[in-house]
Write a protein that binds this ligand. Structure first.
Ligand SMILES: *Cc1c(COP(=O)(O)O)cnc(C)c1O
Ligand SMILES: [Zn+2]
Length: 408
């Protein structure tokens, strides 16, 4: 790869050649993909992007860690819409708010960006089987993208995973294990199996290429905003790969000379599970926490990508905010009703944090803010119905109808 220099340990600094199946450093640290931005500048520009006919995440392949002759695998990922949420901005007293809806990806979450990268790297490396553990979305997106790429999957989810995600996994033909235990225990079982059988590893953070796929959401946001850099980008945080990926994408665009500043990240976690925010706020190393939140996709007590996520938040002069499950539920209804975007609980956690910060007057009034919705609400309809309530029941009777809606 001419655009990649190496993979470098974020803990000890040791450098490794960027093999397609590389995982962690011998010291146990996670790796970051290091690019040659001088080379990248010769391959990508505002003009080349304007002329690029590919609407998917691969339009940014000049900044992605794949060989120049590699054919991208998987589904049609990326190119998700960004909406101006003027009603909400007015309501909250924010100058400009955009909602980036990544729930419209093929398997309905931002995880598709990482999974398309994972199956592409697995095929590049000659693997036939790929495995991961996940709270649900990484799993279902891997299963879908692997089905398209013709790879076999072994997938591990905690048995609390919502039925919508399980349905996707079974439909896509995954060899699915629902682990009786926490996400941490799920991860441990997947690790034992992957170590023993030598499958391609799509575990969050362990595989340094996953964040590199996720970062395309940030490339896209900047291009969709005509390279006018927003002041803040709000992200829901679990393992920390998404927020680290968002930072990397913003950093790429800055280093490639396509934008002139890096926005401040807003890292949003659930009060019941916030190890990354706690570490940033206290300045102490992160410590494991329980997984007490109904935002299942970010119920991650032992975050695997904490080192990169914490660095991303600090380097961007970011803000950390934790929200309660009630605040997440309220944000889910609010975003759906006022912007037409129906996110799953973790998908709207970023918006919940941003609503909270703006009501507390902690955001600059003149700011332009982007809030990323990371997953679609249809993934978990049971919790959604509990949140928004049941419809009005009515017989074939106009009077009854009028009475129920107070129209008469
Ligand atoms: C995975 C996920 C997140 C968080 O991403 P991490 O990399 O785990 O921090 C947020 N929202 C949704 C819907 C997700 O599936
Ligand atoms: Zn190391």
């Amino acid at each position: 790869m001419k655009n990649v220099k190496c993979c470098k340990c974020v803990r000890c600094g040791k450098e490794y050649p960027a093999a397609p199946d590389i995982t962690t450093c011998e010291c146990g640290g996670i790796l970051d993909v290091i690019y040659d931005y001088e080379y990248i500048k010769t391959k990508i520009s505002k003009e080349s992007l304007a002329q690029c006919g590919d609407p998917t995440m691969w339009r940014y392949r000049a900044m992605l860690p794949i060989e120049e002759d590699t054919v991208p695998q998987g589904l049609r990922v990326g190119g998700s819409p960004i909406y101006e949420a003027d009603n909400i901005a007015r309501n909250l007293g924010i100058k400009k708010l955009y909602i980036k809806d990544d729930g419209i990806n093929p398997t309905s979450s931002l995880k598709d960006r990482a999974s398309a990268m994972a199956v592409t790297k697995a095929v590049e490396a000659g693997y036939r089987t790929i495995a991961c553990s996940s709270t649900g979305n990484a799993a279902s997106s891997l299963a879908g993208n692997a089905a398209k790429a013709g790879l076999k999957t072994y997938i591990f989810v905690p048995d609390r995973a919502p039925k919508g995600k399980i349905a996707q996994l079974m439909m896509f033909g995954a060899n699915l294990t629902a682990v009786r235990g926490t996400y941490e225990e799920t991860f441990e079982l997947s690790k034992k199996a992957i170590d023993k059988y030598g499958w391609y590893n799509r575990n969050a953070a362990i595989n340094p290429y996953l964040s590199e796929g996720k970062k395309t959401v940030a490339h896209e946001i900047l291009e969709q905003l005509d390279f006018e850099t927003p002041d803040y980008v709000a992200v829901s945080v679990g393992d920390g790969c998404t927020i680290a990926g968002v930072y990397k994408g913003l950093y790429d665009m800055y280093m490639a000379g396509l934008t002139d500043k890096i926005p401040r990240l807003i890292s949003v976690q659930a009060e019941g599970c916030c190890p990354i925010n706690t570490a940033v706020i206290t300045g102490e190393p992160w410590t494991p926490q329980e997984e007490n939140t109904y935002a299942d996709s970010i119920a991650v007590g032992v975050p695997r990508n904490a080192d990169k996520a914490i660095k991303a938040i600090i380097d961007s002069d970011g803000i950390c905010v934790n929200v309660s499950d009630d605040e997440i539920r309220a944000a889910q209804r609010y975003l759906a009703k006022n912007a037409g975007v129906f996110g799953e609980p973790a998908g709207v956690t970023a918006a919940a944090g941003l609503i909270k910060l703006s009501r507390e007057g902690k955001l600059d009034k003149d700011a332009t803010i982007v809030s990323i919705v990371t997953g679609n609400g249809l993934k978990d309809i049971e919790s959604a119905i509990q949140n928004c309530g049941a419809p009005v029941s009515c017989g074939n009777d106009l009077e009854e109808f009028e009475e129920k809606f107070g129209l008469a």
